[in-house]
Design a protein around this ligand. Structure first.
Ligand code: ADP
Ligand code: ADP
Length: 232
């Protein structure tokens, strides 16, 4: 049984002014195995963010269904965490408090001591030790993205959804962060859906690469990538 399953999913957005509907993704069926790192690549506007937002539960499909671990996705859940393209950090909160916020918002939140330990580990993993008390505006773009990654990791989700998480990072830092991410994933065994517009990045990171065509947001090709990856 696939861990994440999309069945004939169509998604779109309504223009409230003229009541037209833009179809962002049409009739997409896709399975992701438990522990798989799926990279989705495609041109801007082909529906990648829409797709990952449906897995997160932020966007509902117009048709079809998405299930995670056999359960239909009806909204956001604590088994799934998103790393947003634009970081989505709270500017008035420090690095540490931005990360803690992800755990405080949960129905069953870890104890304060457990939260502190997870924050410390996540900050270390993304290489931001020493920046705990910094505010987002004091950090470079790449560092802010790393805070976004740490924030997703502390909730220990079984599904990690990443929307161009290295978009703001320069090429050299990107390579280092790709290596960091591979280490983290190897440690946690998380299922990852990773969006990028870089074929290079998709092939480097993905167990499998899905290419989405620009028109009309249809999956054009699925390229299995047979590269050995470190696994626990
Ligand atoms: P990608 O992530 O591949 O760039 P998106 O999923 O962001 O693609 O967008 C797919 C299509 O849906 C685009 O035409 C985009 O303009 C449109 N779209 C995305 N989000 C919204 C929204 N909130 N409201 C209206 N249209 C949207
Ligand atoms: P990137 O945006 O790719 O993270 P930068 O060139 O902006 O890279 O930063 C490279 C390194 O310089 C960072 O990893 C960090 O160690 C340090 N750095 C960047 N911005 C700051 C800052 N505002 N305060 C302290 N150190 C910083």
């Amino acid at each position: 049984q696939p861990f994440i399953s999309a069945r004939h999913v169509t998604a779109g957005y309504e223009n409230r002014r003229d009541h037209t509907r833009l179809i962002a993704l049409r009739d997409v069926s896709l399975d992701v195995a438990r522990g798989e790192f799926l990279a989705i690549v495609g041109p801007s506007g082909c529906g990648k963010t829409t797709f990952i937002n449906m897995i997160a539960g932020f966007v509902q499909p117009l048709e079809g269904e998405i299930t995670v671990d056999g359960e239909p996705v009806t909204g956001p859940g604590m088994d799934r965490a998103m790393v947003f393209q634009d970081y989505a950090l709270l500017p008035w909160r420090t690095v540490q408090r931005n990360i803690r916020f992800a755990m405080e918002n949960r129905r069953t939140k870890p104890s304060k001591a457990e939260q502190d330990e997870r924050i410390r580990k996540a900050i270390e993993l993304v290489g931001l030790t020493g920046f705990e008390k910094a505010y987002p505006h004091e950090l470079s773009g790449g560092m802010r993205q790393r805070v976004g990654i740490a924030r997703a990791l502390v909730t220990e989700p079984s599904v990690l959804l990443m929307d161009e998480p290295f978009g703001a990072v320069d090429a050299m830092t990107r390579e280092a962060m790709q290596a960091e991410l591979e280490k983290i994933i190897a440690q946690t065994g998380q299922t990852v859906v990773f969006i990028t517009h870089s074929i290079d990045e998709a092939v480097t990171l993905g167990d499998r690469v899905v290419v989405v065509s620009s028109r009309p947001g249809r999956i054009k090709e699925i390229v299995p990538v047979d590269l050995p990856r470190p696994r626990m």
